[in-house]
Ligand binder design. Structure first.
Ligand code: PLP
Length: 393
């Protein structure tokens, strides 16, 4: 079929954004195939393999014959394991039937924004923030209401900032702590203040993206709106296995939903993907119920790499990086280089072979910044810093 063929598509598709990380990954791969040495600090995924006991559980599930469809919301032993894990980590009691297993953390975002977003509705989201929030809000026809995050505040959202953006049209507030791309963390006192303030706004639901909650730097504490009784009944918790257990390619995530929404979530899941592949779900049980020292070990490794990355960046003229409080991204200002972020992203890749992501890929308030993932080996980080130093010359 000729590629000049035109199709009469839904106009909403024109409003969809994307994740530049996947475009940069493709360009980096193309350069690598030409024989170039590429250091990939672009994509956000742990560079570790999935711990062996989890891989074995997935293989065993296939050998044991788990080859068919499962219930749309996931197998019950996995939903129960998630409920126990949420209790262990957050001290919150939830029912297993509030848990819906999905193919990756992202899917809970897609479902929640599709359910609430429509013309006339406002959705508050972090800017800079994970690009799919704004993309999906626009796709749904809702009005995106950015919550600007700044380096001066360590990119931490404040309750006052969020509450000042609530109007009668607000239906959803998106939180992401620890955050991509900034590493910002919302302190427990701010989460408590938000819960207190939102008590007066029962028309507002929270989508709390906690996919990096177990990747916190020492001295920082994770807090979830689910821990506050005022919000427990109207919080959608987004989490999954991708970052915590180095399982990005398995496509396994979960949402904890208010009970009243679960039938609708299941219906959307049946319409979209039916269920998550069965062996990945069994592997997910092994991850949650098995030893957790692999999680602590990965978090410790990210601490060490963060120090190398942030110290190195702050030694470069024209760069300034605040300490990320969690996740595995540095989000330095490159304002001192006198180039816009997209030009820096392009030149770092083409001239120096270092894949990074322009801050503007995470929203307009990411201007003047670059995201570098430190989910890479110590040697890769050291070599990347050398190449960044040469970029100055
Ligand atoms: N939420 C945030 C903030 C992320 O950074 C990501 C992945 O990069 C996701 C959700 C999606 O995770 P998954 O790969 O499990 O879909």
């Amino acid at each position: 079929m000729p590629d000049t063929m035109s199709f009469d598509l839904a106009p909403a598709l024109d409003r969809l954004g994307t994740e530049t990380a996947f475009e940069v990954l493709a360009r980096a791969k193309a350069l690598e195939d030409q024989g170039r040495s590429i250091l990939n600090l672009g994509i956000g995924q742990p560079d570790f393999p999935t711990p062996p006991h989890i891989v074995e559980a997935g293989i065993k599930a296939l050998r044991d014959g788990h080859h068919g469809y499962t219930a749309a919301a996931g197998i019950m032993p996995l939903r129960e394991a998630v409920a126990s894990d949420v209790h262990r980590r957050l001290g919150v009691t939830i029912a297993a039937n509030q848990v819906v297993i999905v193919p990756g953390g992202k899917v809970t975002m897609y479902l929640a924004i599709s359910m609430f977003g429509r013309p006339g509705v406002e959705i508050v989201y972090p800017n800079p923030g994970f690009p799919i929030y704004e993309s999906m809000i626009r796709y749904s026809g809702a009005t995106p209401v950015p919550l600007p995050l700044t380096a001066a505040d360590g990119f931490a959202p404040s309750a006052a900032g969020i509450l000042s953006r609530i109007t009668p049209a607000t239906r959803l507030v998106i939180l992401n702590s620890p955050a991509n791309p900034t590493g910002g963390v919302m302190p427990p006192a701010e989460v408590a203040a938000l819960a207190h303030g939102l008590a007066a706004h029962s028309h507002v639901t929270i989508l709390s993206d906690e996919i990096y909650s177990q990747l916190l730097r020492p001295g920082h504490v994770h807090a979830s709106p689910l821990q506050h009784t005022e919000l427990a009944e109207r919080t959608i918790l987004l989490d999954g296995w991708s970052k915590t257990y180095a399982m990005t390619g398995w496509r396994l995530g979960f949402g904890v939903w208010p009970r009243a929404l679960v039938p609708m979530v299941e219906k959307l899941a049946v319409n979209a993907h039916s269920c998550v592949n069965a062996s990945a779900q069994w592997a997910g049980i092994a991850a949650l119920t098995g030893p957790q020292d692999c999680v602590a070990e990965m978090a410790r490794t990210f601490d060490r790499r963060q120090r190398a990355m942030v110290d190195g960046l702050n030694r470069l003229p024209g760069w300034a990086c605040v300490e990320p409080a969690g996740a595995f991204y540095a989000f330095p200002s490159i304002a001192g280089l006198g180039l816009d972020a997209r030009a820096v992203q392009q030149r770092l890749l083409d001239d120096q072979g270092v894949a990074t992501i322009a801050g503007t890929s995470f929203g307009s308030d990411g201007a003047g910044h670059i995201r570098l993932s430190y989910a890479a080996s110590d040697a890769t980080i050291a070599e990347a810093l050398d190449r960044l130093a040469r970029f100055q010359a």
